[in-house]
Design a protein around this ligand. Structure first.
Ligand SMILES: Cc1cc2nc3c(=O)[nH]c(=O)nc-3n(C[C@H](O)[C@H](O)[C@H](O)COP(=O)(O)O)c2cc1C
Length: 162
């Protein structure tokens, strides 16, 4: 299966988990690309979406599976990832796996609300989040990275069976 992982990462946490996901999927024989969203100017907390300009706008149309990943910002998806979702035409009709990384130790402290926002934004673009995961960065013992990697693999395998 051919897939793409589109990631926004401000300080590198989400990107490092995304690399682990991609490496695992490659090991399992999938053809997967990773693309990190970049902006033309630095985005500050509170920058309106209309002032965010993406340098790259990955085209999802040719991919069998799509993974989106974002840090939690203010209890939601990062504004750069929001900008990507609302601007993307090729997201239409896709079955998606998404995950977030956040600082607090439990998913209910921001991670779950960001996932709900991911689902809502995707459904507004006629895309379907079929599974998701939260990485709690502060909790060193059980960060959820392994679980995220295995859920991503399960998601891809479920699409293979369709
Ligand atoms: C502007 C901003 C807002 C944030 N808001 C939250 C938040 O609401 N809840 C939370 O748990 N972590 C929050 N964080 C922490 C990040 O979600 C966390 O450190 C994440 O792993 C960073 O991912 P990154 O390195 O890929 O950018 C925030 C970080 C920034 C910079």
């Amino acid at each position: 299966m051919k897939g793409i992982l589109v990631v926004h990462s401000f300080s590198g946490n989400t990107f490092s988990v995304s690399e682990k996901v991609v490496n695992k999927l490659k090991k399992e024989g999938h053809d997967v690309y990773i693309e990190r969203l970049e902006t033309t100017e630095k985005v500050k907390n509170g920058t309106p979406l209309s002032d965010i300009h993406l340098k790259n706008m990955p085209d999802l149309s040719s991919f069998d599976f799509v993974i989106l990943s974002s840090p939690v910002h203010g209890g939601g998806v990062s504004s750069v990832m929001k900008k990507f979702i609302i601007s993307s035409d090729s997201i239409n009709g896709k079955d998606i796996f998404c995950f977030v990384t956040h600082f607090f130790p439990f998913a209910w402290m921001g991670g779950n609300s960001a996932i709900s926002q991911f689902k809502k934004m995707c459904s507004e673009k006629n895309a379907n989040v079929i599974d998701s995961s939260v990485v709690n960065w502060k909790n060193k013992k059980e960060t959820g990275i392994g679980e995220t990697v295995s859920k991503a693999l399960d998601y891809v395998n479920s699409l293979c069976q369709k």
